[in-house]
Design a protein around this ligand. Structure first.
Ligand code: SF4
Length: 263
């Protein structure tokens, strides 16, 4: 039995060897659907094209993708079939990411509004001017405190530069998690070994739809779906909750009380 609030799974060699056909068969047979375009092999490089491996940062899944360049221009994004996370599958948002790069409304430099709000009149200013102006106006409001996470190192540096206080929310959350795992298992962060799980308790986790590396996690869950009893505690009927053996719509914020009552 495992209780899970959003951890990730390790990846073994045997699991890596599941074929795309097996993957689709399991997924379709159980009625699961991940809205990712299936892998179609390595991108075919046309004349003058070059495929560069990288990853998509548009959601926490961090799918492996290939950016296909023609000269210095990004012409499309495809899934990377060698990525253990998504094995070449990619969603519509990831495919459309190439449009972001050349979006005519993409901000490339700071602008100062010079007209009335909504009038659409702007003047280009330098980065130094923008930082000075922002810090001056922030300080005018009194003491400044930034709520930053580990993924915003630049915001943390900016806060330090203007003498603002910083709350590291991510760090606090991670420390709580580490302490909980130390108390229960006398170890660091535990990992769900999905190959041996028979009952999976999900507290607010929605691994079929989102979260870190969710395509990989969802695939592993689907592979053993008929053997695992999935019980979800979530106020919301999430995609995962609606496909669980049991869904308990508890009141928001009562997860800990429920877990204590079950212990
Ligand atoms: S699921 Fe889509 S948006 Fe998220 S990382 Fe993968 S390709 Fe990008």
């Amino acid at each position: 039995m495992w209780c899970w609030q959003g951890s990730t799974f390790p990846c073994s060699k045997e699991e890596m060897e599941l074929s795309r056909r097996d993957f689709l068969k399991i997924g379709l047979g159980l009625g699961f659907f991940i809205p990712l375009r299936p892998a179609v092999g390595l991108p075919v490089e046309g004349p003058g094209e070059e495929a560069i491996p990288t990853f998509c940062s548009l959601c926490p899944a961090s799918c492996g993708v290939m950016g296909v360049l023609k000269g210095r221009k990004l012409i499309r994004i495809e899934g990377n079939p060698l990525s253990p996370t998504n094995r070449g599958a990619i969603c519509a948002r990831g495919i459309a990411a190439a449009n972001q790069v050349y979006d005519p409304e993409r901000l490339l430099y700071p602008l100062r509004r010079v007209g009335r709000r909504g009038e659409g009149k702007w003047r280009r200013i330098s980065w130094d001017e923008a930082f000075w102006e922002i810090s001056r106006r922030l300080k005018e409001g009194g003491e400044v405190l930034f709520d930053v996470g580990e993924r915003e190192p630049l915001l943390g540096r900016f806060a330090n530069a203007i003498g603002a206080g910083v709350i590291d929310r991510e760090g606090l959350r991670e420390r709580n998690l580490l302490e909980a795992h130390r108390i229960f298992w006398d170890d660091g962060i535990g990992r769900v070994d999905i190959r041996r799980v028979r009952s999976l308790f999900l507290f607010g986790a929605n691994p079929l739809e989102g979260g870190g590396r969710f395509p990989e996690v969802a695939r592993r869950l689907m592979e053993r779906r008929r053997e695992i009893r999935v019980i979800t505690f979530d106020p919301r009927s999430s995609f995962t909750a609606s496909r669980s053996d049991e869904w308990h719509p508890i009141r928001p914020g009562t997860d800990a009380a429920l877990a204590l009552a079950m212990a």
